[in-house]
Design a protein around this ligand. Structure first.
Ligand code: FAD
Length: 287
C-alpha cells in the first residue's frame, strides 16, 4: 500500500521544526523513517504533516562528557555499532545496536527514532533502560530532561509531547568495575526480540554486587526493570547459585503476550535464562 497523502516540511532549524509541530495539524517527526514509513504504508499511521528532521545539523554525534555519554538524536544505529567508546565502555549499546534488523536498517534508523517509536520489542529502549539513560527534549517552552523511569509510558507511547523533539540521550558514566551486556533472543538473526535482556553490573570489594540494573524487553507494554532480581543480587557475592536464584525472580511484574513467536509461558521462562546469561556476559567484561 502507499501512504495517505501528507504535506512534507524540511525545517532548517530545530526551532522551526518545533514551531511546525506546534502549529500543523497531526504533525509527525520523520527521522530514519524505518518505523514511521512502514506504519504509514500499512495505513496504521496517517499523519497529515511530516516534519523531516534529518537535515538538521549537529544532532548526529557520540560525545564523552565528564559525567555522561551524550548521543545525538540523529545518530544512526550503525554509529553505535562502530563507535570505539561504546565498544569499550558502553558495550551493552553495541550489543543492542548490532542486532537491529539488517545493515540497511542500521544505516538509516536513529537512536531517538527507536526510543520515540517505543516498540516494547525494540532493542535500544531495553538496553538504554538498563544503562539508566535520560532523554533531553526540546519543545516550545524550552528544554527538559525526561528521567529513565518516566520515558516509556505504554506500548508505542512515550512521555514526549506532540510538539517536542528528543535532541540527545545521556547515559551516566559507568563506575569502575562495571560490566554490561544485552542479549536478544529471537528466532532468526535480525528478527525482533522474543525476549531481550540488558544488564549493567558493578562489583565492590570481594566480588560483591555493589549495584545492578536488569532491563527486560518484549515482556510488557514498555521496557521494564527486573527489580526483585536486582534487589536479590545487591550486596551478595555473585556466584552461579546466587545468579540463578535471582533469575527465578526475574519474571515478577512481567506480563508478556503470547504470539506466533512464543507463548507467554515460554517468554516467562526465557526471562530467567537470559538474565543468567546477561549477568555472566556483563561480569565477564569487568576488567
Ligand atoms: C525490516 C525492519 C526490521 C527492524 N528490526 C528491528 C529490530 O530487530 N530491533 C529494533 O529495535 N528495531 C528494529 N527495527 C526498527 C528500527 O530500529 C527503526 O530504525 C527505529 O524503530 C526507528 O528509528 P527511525 O530513525 O527510523 O525513526 P522513524 O521511523 O523516522 O520514527 C519513528 C517514530 O519516532 C518519532 N521520532 C523520530 N525521531 C524523533 C525525535 N528525535 N524526536 C521526537 N520524535 C521522533 C517519529 O515521529 C515516529 O513516531 C526494524 C525496522 C524494520 C523496517
Amino acid at each position: 500500500m502507499t501512504p495517505k497523502q501528507f504535506d512534507y516540511y524540511s525545517p532548517a532549524s530545530l526551532n522551526e521544526a518545533i514551531q511546525l509541530l506546534k502549529t500543523k495539524d497531526e504533525a509527525k517527526v520523520l527521522a530514519g523513517g524505518q518505523s514511521l514509513l512502514a506504519l504509514m504504508k500499512l495505513r496504521l499511521a496517517a499523519p497529515k504533516n511530516i516534519i523531516d528532521i534529518t537535515k538538521l545539523q549537529g544532532l548526529s554525534y557520540i560525545k564523552e562528557d565528564k559525567d555522561y555519554l551524550a548521543i545525538g538524536a540523529l545518530t544512526i544505529h550503525d554509529m553505535l555499532e562502530q563507535s570505539a567508546v561504546i565498544k569499550s565502555k558502553f558495550t551493552i549499546l553495541n550489543d543492542a545496536a548490532s542486532k537491529i534488523g539488517d545493515q540497511q536498517i542500521r544505516n538509516r534508523g536513529t537512536v531517538a527514532g527507536s526510543v520515540c517509536h517505543a516498540d516494547p520489542a525494540a532493542d535500544l529502549p531495553t538496553a538504554l533502560t538498563a544503562a539508566d539513560a535520560s532523554y533531553v527534549v526540546q519543545g516550545p517552552s524550552g528544554q527538559r530532561i525526561i528521567a529513565p523511569k518516566d520515558m516509556f509510558v505504554d506500548i508505542f507511547t512515550t512521555a514526549l509531547g506532540h510538539d517536542e523533539v528528543v535532541t540527545e540521550i545521556r547515559i551516566p558514566n559507568f563506575p569502575l568495575r562495571t560490566g554490561s551486556g544485552y542479549i536478544k533472543h529471537s528466532r532468526r538473526e535480525g528478527d525482533f526480540a522474543i525476549v531481550g535482556v540488558g544488564t549493567v553490573v558493578t562489583l565492590g570489594d570481594g566480588n560483591v554486587c555493589k549495584d545492578v540494573r536488569i532491563a527486560l524487553g518484549s515482556v510488557n507494554t514498555t521496557p521494564m526493570r527486573a527489580k526483585s532480581a536486582e534487589s536479590y543480587l545487591r550486596g551478595k557475592k555473585l556466584d552461579d547459585k546466587t545468579i540463578a536464584e535471582a533469575a527465578e525472580k526475574g519474571p515478577e511484574g512481567a506480563d508478556p503476550p503470547s504470539d506466533m513467536h512464543g507463548s507467554r509461558e515460554y517468554r516467562l521462562e526465557m526471562i530467567k535464562v537470559f538474565i543468567r546469561r546477561t549477568m555472566k556476559l556483563a561480569l565477564s567484561r569487568i576488567n
